[in-house]
Write a protein that binds this ligand. Structure first.
Ligand SMILES: Cc1ncc(COP(=O)(O)O)c(C=O)c1O
Length: 434
C-alpha cells in the first residue's frame, strides 16, 4: 500500500506510538509489568467514586434528561453548550479573566487541540510581499512534551531552546536540579527575529520534567509573544485549577494573546477525550471550524459527566483535597526510593514541582537511556528515555539529552517500589562496570 507523504508522517514509527503501544501491552500482559512509562493518570478510588456518581446521575432524569439529550445529539462544532456555559461560570468564580462563551471551545482531548493549533500557527504563511514564509512553533524550554512531535502537516515544525541547568535543593536536600529558560538564546534566535515563528508553546507543569516555569519566566514569554505578535500557548494539562498537580505558588496567566489548553484527562478521565481551549474569539472560531471538518462535533460524553462536577466545584475540591495530595505523596515516595537505590551514584532528580512524572538524570551513564529502556523492558520495567523529548532541538553533542528518563509516579505503591528497585539494580551495575 502506498501512503502519501502526509500519511507516512503518521504511519512511520514514532516515539508516541511506542509509548502508547507499551502502555496497551502492559495493561494486557499476564506477567506483572512495572509500568512507569505512559501518561495514564492514577486510579484514585475516591475520585472514581465521584465519577461513578456523576455517571449514574446522567440517567436519573430518564430518557428526557438533559444529559441524555446531550449525548444523543451532536453539539455545534464549538462543543457542548451547557458545559461551555458551566465553564464560563466556573472561570468567573475563580479568575478575573472576564471570559464569555466566545472564549471557549472543546476538542477531543487536548492532543486534538494541539494538532489544530500547531497547524493554525505553524506551516506556510502568505507574507506581505506575496512570498511564502514557513513558520515554526517555538518551544522555549526543551525537554518538552513528546506528543507535540509529528502533529504538523507542513513546515519546519518546532524550534526548541536548550535549557539552562541549575543545581537546586529540594526540601533541604541536595541532588536536585531545575531547568530554566535561556532567554539570551531565545531572544537571539534568528527565526524569531526574522518572523519565522508562528507561536510560542510550553507545558506548565512540564511533561516530562515536572518543571514549573516561574511567574517571571511566563511574564517574559508573554512580553516576547506580544513583541513578535504571535500567541503564547500554555499547555495546562497538569496545572491549576484542575487537576492542580502543581506545587509552587504561581499564578495562572491568561490574556487575549494567550491560548490556555486544559484537559479532563489528568483529573482521571482520559477515556472521555475532552480538551478545553480558552482563547481569543478568533482562535475559538478557527478551532470550531476545524472541529467541524475533522470531527463534525467534539464528543459530548465527557461534557455530560463533567458538567455537574464543575457546577458546584465538586471537581475543584477533589483536585485540591485528593488528586494533588495523592501525586505529592507519590512524588515524595518515588524520590525516597530513588535516593535509597542510587543515592551514592551521580543521579540527580529534577525538582518535582508538578505533573505526574519524575525526571531522573543518570549523569555520565555509559549507555544512552534508549539502551537503558531496552534493558529495563527485558526486566518488565517500563520508563521513557529522554531523547524523545526534544522536538525541535538538535541534541547531538548534548549528552544530557541522552542521560535522563521519565518515570510515571501514577502507579500504585507496589509497582513504584518494584519498578524503582529494578532500575536501581540495572543502573548500579552499569555504573559499577564503567
Ligand atoms: C503536557 C500534555 N499535554 C497534552 C496532553 C494530551 O492529553 P489529552 O489529549 O488526553 O487531553 C498530555 C497527555 O499526556 C500531556 O502530558
Amino acid at each position: 500500500m502506498k501512503f502519501s507523504k502526509y500519511g507516512q508522517q503518521f504511519t512511520k514509527p514514532s516515539s508516541l506510538s511506542q509509548i502508547m503501544d507499551d502502555l496497551g501491552d502492559a495493561l494486557r500482559s499476564e506477567t506483572p509489568v512495572y509500568l512507569l512509562g505512559g501518561g495514564n493518570p492514577a486510579r484514585i478510588d475516591k475520585v472514581n467514586e465521584a465519577y461513578l456518581k456523576a455517571y449514574n446521575s446522567l440517567g436519573a432524569g430518564g430518557i428526557g434528561s438533559s444529559a441524555i439529550e446531550s449525548i444523543t445529539n451532536y453539539s455545534n462544532p464549538q462543543g457542548d453548550a451547557k458545559f461551555i456555559d458551566t465553564l464560563v461560570d466556573f472561570f468567573h468564580r475563580h479568575y478575573d479573566w472576564q471570559l464569555t462563551r466566545d472564549n471557549i471551545a472543546l476538542t477531543n482531548g487536548s492532543q486534538n487541540a494541539f494538532f489544530y493549533l500547531f497547524n493554525l500557527f505553524g506551516g506556510q504563511f502568505a507574507a506581505d510581499d506575496g512570498e511564502t514564509v514557513t513558520k515554526s512553533i517555538l518551544l522555549p524550554l526543551a525537554p518538552e512534551y513528546v506528543g507535540y512531535s509529528d502533529v504538523q502537516i507542513d513546515g519546519k515544525h518546532f524550534i526548541a531552546i536548550k535549557p539552562e541547568i541549575e543545581e537546586v535543593t529540594h526540601e533541604g536536600e541536595s541532588g536536585f536540579y531545575k531547568y530554566r529558560v535561556d532567554f539570551d538564546a531565545l531572544r537571539d534566535l534568528p527565526a524569531l527575529k526574522n518572523g519565522e515563528i508562528g507561536a510560542i508553546c510550553c507545558s506548565r507543569p512540564t511533561n516530562p520534567t515536572g518543571n514549573v516555569l516561574t511567574d517571571e519566566e511566563i511574564a517574559t514569554l508573554v512580553d516576547i509573544a506580544k513583541q513578535y505578535d504571535v500567541p503564547l500557548i500554555i499547555d495546562n494539562a497538569y496545572g491549576e485549577p484542575f487537576p492542580n498537580v502543581i506545587y509552587p505558588n504561581v499564578k495562572l496567566h491568561w490574556d487575549n494573546n494567550t491560548i490556555l489548553c486544559f484537559s479532563l484527562s489528568k483529573i482521571g478521565l482520559p477515556g472521555v477525550r475532552t480538551g478545553i481551549v480558552v482563547a481569543h474569539p478568533e482562535v475559538i472560531k478557527a478551532i470550531s471550524s476545524m472541529n467541524a471538518v475533522v470531527n463534525l462535533a467534539p464528543t459530548r460524553f465527557g461534557a455530560a459527566v463533567a458538567t455537574p462536577l464543575f457546577e458546584d466545584d465538586t471537581l475543584k475540591q477533589l483536585c485540591d483535597d485528593t488528586i494533588k495530595p495523592f501525586y505529592a505523596k507519590n512524588a515524595k515516595r518515588a524520590v525516597d526510593l530513588i535516593k535509597a537505590e542510587l543515592g551514592d551514584y551521580p543521579v540527580f532528580i529534577h525538582k518535582p514541582e508538578g505533573a505526574i512524572f519524575l525526571w531522573v538524570w543518570f549523569k555520565d551513564l555509559p549507555i544512552t537511556t534508549t539502551e537503558l529502556y531496552d534493558r529495563l523492558k527485558a526486566k518488565n520495567t517500563l520508563i521513557v528515555p529522554s531523547e524523545y523529548f526534544y522536538p525541535g532541538l538538535d541534541i547531538e553533542g548534548f549528552p544530557h539529552a541522552y542521560e535522563c528518563v521519565r518515570m510515571s509516579i501514577a502507579a500504585d505503591e507496589q509497582t513504584l517500589t518494584a519498578g524503582i528497585k529494578v532500575i536501581g539494580e540495572v543502573v548500579r551495575e552499569l555504573y559499577d562496570h564503567r
